[in-house]
Design a protein around this ligand. Structure first.
Ligand code: ADP
Ligand code: MG
Length: 238
């Protein structure tokens, strides 16, 4: 579970080709970071994988099955949004339950999953609060909880920490890494922050103008950047 294979994935918005063609394999249980400067296509690529945008051509396989035309809800993936996407008028419990309720799951099963997610995220004592009564870090954990309860084959994060202050960002990075170690589920994490990429990733995918410049472990990229763009971006002395 959690293997994602992209073959010649291309995306154009009208005349503008944002992603000319990407081949990429993400393995089960990997923590993969898409990193690159603003506008290089990170969010677009993630949204193509999630099914929130249609690809213009190519193929997306998830766990060996062709998912190219599958709607987002049938891909078995869960996108984690920034915490401001929470419903302010709903309790933490209801926020986390929302996707399960939409899927028509029984209350008993919903509650079991919510309590499990709350335990993993240290939110058990906060389930009856509203997002406005939580700290920034707790709110971000609720947003992650909403993904965990769906028991996805992979989690997709799009710059989830970018509206948190620097100190909290460091804490949340650590928490997401620990979550990955606990769940051992594939995670794809989009960021423009090199430090985030280097500290969190098993595998980094460096993007530049819709193309993959290099794929490798943080150490590989640092020690052997494929070109000057990667060297400059990662900050290694090539
Ligand atoms: P990143 O997340 O790396 O900052 P994006 O994936 O958001 O980059 O954007 C990549 C490029 O695609 C940008 O040039 C952006 O303007 C363009 N783009 C993204 N979404 C759309 C859209 N819906 N319509 C037209 N152009 C888009
Ligand atoms: Mg983006």
């Amino acid at each position: 579970m959690g293997q994602i294979v992209l073959t010649k994935v291309r995306k154009a918005f009208g005349e503008v080709e944002v992603i000319p063609g990407i081949d990429l394999q993400i393995n089960d249980g990997e923590f993969v970071v898409f990193v690159g400067p603003s506008g290089c296509g990170k969010s677009t690529l993630l949204r193509l994988i999630a099914g929130l945008e249609d690809i213009s051509s190519g193929k997306i396989e998830i766990d060996g099955k062709d998912a190219t035309d599958a709607p987002p809800g049938k891909r078995g993936l869960a996108m984690v949004f920034q915490s401001y996407a929470l419903y302010p008028h709903m309790s933490v419990r209801k926020n986390i339950a929302f996707p399960l309720k939409m899927a028509g799951m029984s209350e008993a099963e919903q509650n079991a999953r919510i309590e499990n997610a709350a335990r993993v995220l240290n939110l058990s004592n906060y389930l009856d609060r509203r997002p406005g009564q939580l700290s920034g870090g707790q709110r971000q954990r609720v947003a992650i909880g909403r993904a965990i309860v769906r028991e996805p084959a992979a989690f997709l994060f799009d710059e989830p920490l970018s509206n948190l202050d620097a100190a909290l960002r460091v804490v949340m990075r650590q928490e997401i890494s620990e979550l990955h170690q606990k769940l051992k589920t594939t995670m794809i994490y989009v960021t423009h922050d090199q430090v985030e990429a280097m500290t969190m990733a098993d595998k980094i995918v460096v993007l530049h103008a819709g193309r993959v410049e290099q794929v490798g472990s943080p150490l590989e990229l640092y020690n052997a950047p494929a070109n000057l763009f990667v060297a400059g971006f990662i900050g290694s002395p090539k």
